[in-house]
Design a protein around this ligand. Structure first.
Ligand SMILES: *Cc1c(COP(=O)(O)O)cnc(C)c1O
Length: 406
């Protein structure tokens, strides 16, 4: 029997007491943990350099600031019309203007045809999204960027461990980033890394990173406490309680440009390293859970799955699917949540409808029907290790009955 309060969190990384103890222990040798973390991510991404920073947003801001030094006359960042609000916020923080490329709602990535038609004349860099652990058409995006003399930033904040062909997501283009925030592939509550190949961009990023302040130790202590709570609370029986607590801001999406741009904490690096070393196991669990959800939902009329290329190995930080209409999405998400399943509507708006973004767009920014459709119809389902074995069949039953009741 499922207890009445039990709730399967939308996303998460199982952190054991052993992980915490070993991670914090290694964190006391913070310099060494940071060094090993840098080596891990450089090797994982296939890029030459890695710099650990306070968050994925900080990583993106620093990369864009460095890119700006290479081509100071270019002022726009081309990004997918449907992605995390941190992306346009980071562009703004770097003193740059967003330009949107519409997405294909069938793949949730930038539509390569829309990208080819984009006005790149003032574009400094193209940013990918790789949402939910699904690789974008990265090889196409990489060649379009190269053909047009535009830089490429591969945002793998949700795709650590995903690959396209033989290459790691996050390792395409000129620079990339990974995030350790809540709900990402691995988490230390906050943190992220920049990866970059050699050359002038790496020199500029290195200079900016050298000048960054260190993580503040009091903040770090607060994160260690939060992490211990997180490790326990992710279990469905307890998450049911946490989820009802006001003021935690769980699952909220806000446009925020005021965030610390600092180095990553050495105290947290030990835990990040330990989780990174368990990455294959963590991702394998999510992949199996995603496949079971996909099979359970295969015959259900009224929802559609997201297309992936043959060469893509997705890691499913969450399992995304689409309802056919906004109304059926509301019915499905509402019913799943009442049944204790952390289904989400993901980002509430296409970027073109976020006031801070739309105000900053260039005049000739194209319309965004694909991004708007995704914002109205997307549903994400949990894939983490605390998903109960009967989740796929429960999801199927709830989805079918919600759609019948329409
Ligand atoms: C989370 C996220 C970021 C920002 O990472 P933070 O560590 O939360 O600052 C950037 N891009 C995408 C696609 C994300 O999901």
């Amino acid at each position: 029997m499922q207890s009445a309060m039990a709730y399967v969190a939308p996303a998460g990384t199982p952190i054991s007491i052993g992980d915490l103890a070993a991670g914090i222990g290694a964190g006391f040798a913070g310099e060494r943990a940071l060094r090993e973390l840098r080596a891990f991510f450089a090797s994982h991404s296939g890029q030459a350099h890695c710099w650990p920073v306070a968050s994925g947003r900080a990583a993106m801001t620093l990369i864009l600031r460095a890119m700006k030094k290479l081509a100071p006359h270019r002022t726009e960042v081309l990004m997918p019309g449907y992605t995390c609000y941190s992306v346009p916020a980071a562009a703004a923080r770097a003193g740059l203007t967003p330009r949107l490329c519409d997405i294909d709602p069938g793949t949730l990535g930038m539509d390569p045809d829309a990208l080819r038609k984009s006005d790149l004349s003032n574009v400094l860099a193209i940013v990918t999204s790789n949402l939910y652990g699904l690789p974008n058409a990265l090889a196409d995006i990489e060649s379009i960027a190269a053909e047009n003399g535009v830089l490429m930033l591969d945002d793998a904040a949700q795709s650590l461990g995903a690959t396209l062909g033989p290459r790691a997501v996050g390792g395409f283009g000129d620079a990339g980033l990974y995030s350790f925030d809540k709900g990402k592939n691995i988490t230390t509550f906050q943190g992220g890394v920049i990866v970059c190949r050699s050359g002038r961009l790496a020199e500029e990023i290195g200079k900016l990173w050298d000048a960054l302040p260190d993580a503040r130790s009091l903040e770090t202590l607060a994160y260690v406490i939060k992490l211990s709570l997180y490790a326990v609370m992710l279990r469905p029986t307890l998450y049911g309680v946490v989820q009802r607590m006001p003021g935690l801001g769980l699952g909220q999406t806000i446009y925020e440009t005021e965030y610390p741009i600092a180095r990553y904490s050495g105290a947290l690096a030990g835990l990040a390293l330990r989780l990174a070393q368990r990455l294959d196991e963590l991702n394998a669990t999510r992949v199996v859970n995603a496949r079971r959800l996909e099979q359970a939902l295969a015959g259900v009329a009224g929802v559609r799955t997201i297309r992936r290329s043959e060469a893509a190995h997705a890691v499913f930080a969450r399992y995304p699917l689409c309802a056919m209409t906004a109304e059926s999405r509301e019915a499905v998400v509402g019913a799943l949540n009442r049944a204790g399943v952390g289904a989400t509507r993901s980002y509430p708006q296409a970027l073109i409808d976020v006031p801070e973004v739309s105000r900053a767009l260039p005049r000739n920014n194209p319309d965004q029907p694909g991004a708007r459709l995704a914002a109205r119809c997307i549903i994400t389902l949990p894939t983490h290790a605390y998903c109960p074995a009967d989740l796929p069949s429960r999801v199927r039953t709830v989805v079918e009955s919600a759609l019948r009741g329409m």
